[in-house]
Every structure is written in C-alpha cells, then in structure tokens.
Design a protein around this ligand. Structure first.
Ligand code: COA
Length: 373
C-alpha cells in the first residue's frame, strides 16, 4: 500500500460478517439477506433493529414485546440528566452523544457480556432521550420528560423535539430514514466499534468510539455539511455556478461519492422521493430544486452521485429538525448496526491488529543531548 490512491484499506477484506452486503450484487444493499427496498417499503425501524440484532424478522408478538421494551427504557437516570445539563449549549450534539453514551456506561456498566443485548436495547431507546433532553434544556430552558408513550423510535424523537406527536407522514419518513441508515457493513464507525470490541473492552466504549468516528464530515457528518452547502444558494442557477466553481477549486462536495458504490447509492432514490414529498408539503421552491441542480452538476462534471447523506439533509430540514441534530439521528439509527457487529465480533473474537508498511528512517545512532544541534 502506498499513498492515498491505494490507502484507506480500500477493497481490503478485513473480516467476515453475516449482517449486511454493500454493493455485492450491482449497487445493492441488504440486511441479513433482505433487500433494503423491501425493508424501506414494508418494515418499521423496530423490525429492522430486531432483524439486525437477532438475525430474523420478529413475529407479531416479538415485535410488540420489543416495542414495549424499548418504550420502557426511555427514561434517563438523574445523574445523566445532570451531566447533560452541564454540557455547554454551544457543544456539537455529536459530542453530547459521545459523552452521554460514556456517562451511561459509568452509571449502568455492562459488567458481564451476557447482558450485552440489554445494553444495546438501552442505548437504542435512550439515545433520542439524551440528545433531545440536552437540546430542549439549552434551546427552550425545559427539563423534558423523555418517557413518551410513542410506539416508535421515530415518533419518540420527533415528539421530544417538537413537544407534540408528529404527523404520520413525518413519523414514517423518519422511520424509513432510520431503516436506511441502520447498517452498512465495515464502514469507518462500525469498524471502529469492532476494533474496540475485539480488545474485549465494554459495549459503551465500543459505541462511544464509533460515535467519534461517525462525527467526521467524510462519514456521518456529511449530512450537516450537505445542508450547509444547499442553503448557500438561492436558486438552481446559482447552485450550478457555485458548485462548478467549487469543483474547479478542487473542493469536496459533501453528500457525494462513496468508497464502495461506484455508480449510485441505493439509499438515495428513497431519500430523494421522501425529500420531494416533504418539499411539496412545505411549499418549498428553493431547497429541493437547488439540491437537484447540485446533483445534476456533480454527475455531469465528475460522474459522482448523491449518497445517503445528500437528500436526507433537506428531508430532515423540511421536518423542522435543526441542522446540528442531523448526524446524531444517524447515531440513533446506526446503534442497531453497531450493536449487531459488536455481538458478532464477540461471538468469534480475534484481536484486530494489522501491520503498517514502515516509511520512516533506518536505524540511527543515539545522539546525547549535549551533542544535538
Ligand atoms: N466532491 C468532489 N470530488 C470528490 C468527491 C466529492 N464529494 N468524492 C470524491 N471526489 C474525487 C476525489 O477528489 C478524487 O479525485 P482525484 O482522483 O482527482 O484526486 C476522486 O473523486 C476519488 O475520490 P477518493 O477521495 O479517492 O475516494 P474515497 O473512496 O477515498 O472517498 C468519500 C470516498 C466518501 C470519502 C469521498 O467521496 C468524499 O469525501 N465524499 C464527500 C463526503 C461524504 O459525502 N461522505 C459520506 C459518505 S457516505
């Protein structure tokens, strides 16, 4: 391996997994053998979470029990609420998620790995609570009760954010978005979680590390960066011109390109359709056309396609979600995939410790301090 062209472990098989395929057949995406389009059309996010964690779709009884269980795990301990209140208002919410996860690991340590599924469920149920407790405390000065009766993670999230249960259109849109974000094989954050799990560290450490990896704009942070880009332009014409200029300056356009997919991201058409629907509902005549213009230029100029983060940006915006909460939504979803990978890693563990190609100086003689320049 040398240089960026062949670096970044591109194309390297770094382990075995039976959870997900990315681009194995064409540009497809499957979770446990189910096509992402089947899941987006027919499943709810809790069914997908169960599928990822247990390897099979839940029956009606299992799904109902699972929903009840997640609902029962939404309240936050007082010490965590105090910690969230102490985090400054201008902190990035991904740092809040990272800290929240870590604090919960102190208050409710995993202990024996036999309890790992309980930890996974707790984090899935509590991430929206943590995020929105902190957000509402600092944005509205309110100490909200996070234990809502909503049936779904999506409904819980939007209810806490807007202080009212969401419309069915918004709830289902976020539900599908959570399904699309739930799992993606050995991406950077999942691989981070597996590396940490492979040292036999605890569950919260693996997930805290994964959140840190997801935060970056080359990974999950791209949806926030994409929104900032889209909002810069007031017309499709301005967007076309602006993006061509950015490309001429060799700037990265966030929300485009992918390490594994080469011609399209299968999640994009679903997100695009949902963004269009919400744009119509909101009477938007700017952000959606601007997004389409950027997508068109990127294909014309670079043959680069929109990835999952591009249209999810405007879609979230149309639901009244502040931009800085976009990447944390990814956490609220991907916790399911991360957990499945931690289970899988632990079930057949081997320390992950690759080797480096050394490019430093050859062996040198020691120079005493007094003789150095
Ligand atoms: N905007 C502009 N140019 C891009 C680009 C983008 N979003 N993505 C890739 N390119 C260009 C690179 O500059 C490079 O050009 P070069 O060969 O002239 O140097 C070429 O396409 C290959 O890209 P490379 O960075 O080697 O691909 P990668 O596999 O290492 O990176 C990503 C994949 C996702 C990190 C990259 O496409 C990117 O940075 N995208 C923007 C961030 C993003 O949306 N991340 C979310 C991913 S789901």
């Amino acid at each position: 391996m040398n240089g960026n062209k062949t670096g970044g472990l591109a194309g390297i098989i770094a382990g075995r997994s039976e959870i997900c395929t990315v681009g194995l057949q064409g540009e497809g995406l499957t979770y446990r053998g189910y096509d992402i389009y089947d899941l987006a059309d027919n499943a709810c996010f809790e069914e997908v979470a169960h599928l990822l964690h247990h390897g099979h779709l839940p029956n009606a009884r299992e799904l109902s029990d699972y929903r009840d269980r997640l609902r029962s795990l939404r309240a936050l301990p007082g010490a965590l609420r105090q910690a969230l209140e102490a985090i400054p208002a201008d902190t990035h919410p991904m740092d809040v998620m990272r800290t929240g996860c870590s604090v919960l690991g102190n208050l409710e340590p995993e202990g024996d790995f036999a309890a790992q599924r309980d930890v996974a469920d707790r984090l899935l149920a509590a991430f929206p609570s943590m995020l929105l407790y902190w957000h509402r405390f600092h944005a509205d000065g309110k100490r909200i009760d996070t234990a809502t009766e909503d049936d779904s993670v999506a409904g819980h999230f939007l209810h806490l954010l807007h202080d009212a249960p969401p419309s069915e259109l918004h709830r289902r849109t976020l539900d599908i978005s959570l399904i699309l974000y739930a799992e993606h094989e050995f991406n950077a954050s999942t691989f981070t979680a597996r590396v940490i799990a492979a040292t036999l560290s605890d569950f919260h450490s693996a997930i805290t590390g994964a959140i840190g990896a997801l935060r970056g704009p080359l990974h999950g942070g791209a949806n926030e960066a994409a929104m900032e880009l889209i909002e810069r332009f007031d017309s499709p014409e301005a967007a076309e011109k602006g993006v061509r200029e950015m490309l001429a300056r060799r700037e990265l356009i966030m929300g485009f390109g992918h390490r594994v997919y080469t011609t399209s991201d299968p999640r994009n058409p679903v997100n695009k359709r949902m963004s269009k629907r919400l744009a119509e509902e909101a009477g938007d005549e700017r952000l959606y056309p601007v997004s389409e213009a950027i997508e068109r230029v990127m294909w014309e100029e670079k043959k680069l396609f929109a990835n999952a983060d591009f249209y999810s940006a405007s879609m979230y915006h149309f639901m009244g979600i502040p931009t800085y909460l976009f990447t944390p939504i990814f956490v609220c979803s991907r916790i399911t995939g991360w957990s499945a990978h931690v289970f899988e890693q632990r079930a057949d563990n081997k320390l992950i410790r690759p080797a480096a190609e050394y490019t430093g100086p050859s062996l040198r003689s020691w120079v005493p301090l007094a003789e150095r320049d």
